[in-house]
Write a protein that binds this ligand. Structure first.
Ligand SMILES: [Zn+2]
Length: 412
């Protein structure tokens, strides 16, 4: 009503002015109306709302104790009643919370909303006794395919395309065996189909999953589709458009962090024996106790000790390849045991002929010791024909989609 009267008065003034000075600018009539803010099931306009964060030493009693609660509710009783559905210990330093106060009595706390993360929150409502509800904001998935050309780094390019730059490391992981991401360059292109999660259709949470990717590096074109061959498989593996695994059969090294202290060579001065002889392995120096991983899946052919090798493990991967790991401080597998790629089979040590803690990694191809760095190593086990047929049917529409988005974006 107030607004209408104001509007009416302004209009009269406007007209009266206009009749006298015709050339003056028309004053704008602005009716300010407070926007309605709704969130966490509350209309903010009905309260005095304060946002705070949990600080070191804070607890629920301490926070509630600063204010009065409706209907002479005592802090102690409120905390006790809350306990069944909201563990006060759940409160973590740095987490935000909202306090909803009575607009008329600003020290009277009507409700507290503890924000656990972007999606989950708890409402402690004191308006009618004590009610607790643990809630989730409604979220939805949006699917899209983007295509882009590399400009600057991969994360910069993703960021320009409106994709979370953190996705760069995921993409680099998918292609870790086929593309050196330190060498990507202008002119390289890619496209991806992703599902992204949003809260209430507007607030970005992050990438939920990847359906397909395509990368063009120095003219080399590589598709990658995540796929689970076995239904109980936890993590999907990536395959190309022909069903070949993108992972290499072998890890690049048996350790995560290391320094190569001696390479495979026909002739080197042996540090312990003090004479020139061939070194049929690669030495990876690392701290005593560092976990050693099987570089490929296979069966433990020998787990034992000799005076030269110290504690060692030899794994047969198939009829062509075997690997051996020497000087372990501890062996963690047994003869005949089946091991998977990346499984920890022992710990770094200096048993046998060794001057310091390291793994001597030895590699056999058809019974001959070779330097794995000089080999073109095979990809992971291929799919069987039945799985492959299923896979190819599954990826057909996904591939078409990537191709058409690429074609539209980079039409010549
Ligand atoms: Zn060695």
């Amino acid at each position: 009503m107030k607004y209408i009267v104001l509007l009416f008065l302004s209009l009269i003034m406007l007209f009266s002015c206009e009749s006298k000075e015709k050339k003056t600018e028309k004053p704008k009539v602005v009716v300010n109306k407070e926007p309605i803010i709704k969130d966490y099931g509350f209309i903010f306009n009905d309260f005095k709302v304060i946002k705070d964060t949990i600080k070191s030493g804070d607890n629920l009693s301490l926070i509630l104790g600063k204010y009065t609660l409706p209907d002479s509710l005592k802090t102690f009783d409120a905390v006790e009643k809350v306990r069944d559905s909201f563990n006060p210990r759940k409160i973590k330093i740095g987490k935000p919370y909202l306090l909803f106060f009575n607009k008329e009595k600003p020290n009277e706390l009507k409700a507290l909303v503890y924000i656990n993360n972007k999606i989950e929150y708890s409402v402690l409502d004191f308006r009618d006794s004590v009610n607790v509800s643990n809630k989730k904001k409604p979220t939805s998935l949006k699917r899209r395919t983007i295509a882009a050309e590399i400009e600057g780094s991969l994360s910069e390019t993703l960021s320009k395309a409106g994709v979370s730059p953190g996705f760069a490391s995921k993409l680099a992981k998918v292609y870790e065996y086929s593309i050196d991401f330190f060498k990507i360059q202008k002119g390289d292109k890619f496209s991806v189909t992703i599902n992204e999660r949003f809260i209430e259709d507007s607030i970005y949470v992050g990438i939920e999953n990847v359906e397909s990717t395509y990368f063009e590096h120095k003219g080399k074109k590589i598709y990658a589709f995540p796929y689970k061959i076995k239904s109980d498989q936890k993590v999907a593996d990536y395959y190309d458009e022909n069903g070949n695994g993108l992972k290499s059969m072998f890890l690049k090294a048996p350790l995560d962090y290391f320094r190569i202290s001696s390479r495979f060579s026909g002739r080197r001065f042996h540090p312990v024996q003090k004479r020139w002889k061939a070194h049929n392995g690669t030495d990876y120096a690392a701290a005593h106790g560092t976990p050693i991983k099987a570089t490929a899946s296979g069966v433990v052919e020998r787990a034992g000790y000799t005076s030269g090798n110290g504690n060692y493990v030899k794994i047969k991967h198939n009829s062509t390849y075997s690997t051996q790991y020497l000087h372990m401080s501890k062996i963690l597998v047994r003869n005949g045991e089946r091991v998977s790629q990346g499984q920890i089979i022992g710990k770094v040590g200096s048993t046998g002929l060794a001057t310091g803690p390291h793994v001597c990694y030895r590699f056999w191809k058809n019974g001959v010791q070779v330097d794995p760095f000089r080999l073109q190593l095979p990809n992971a086990e291929p799919m069987n024909e039945k799985d492959k047929a299923k896979y190819l049917t599954y990826i057909e529409p996904l591939k078409k989609e990537l191709d058409s988005v690429m074609k539209n974006k980079f039409r010549e």
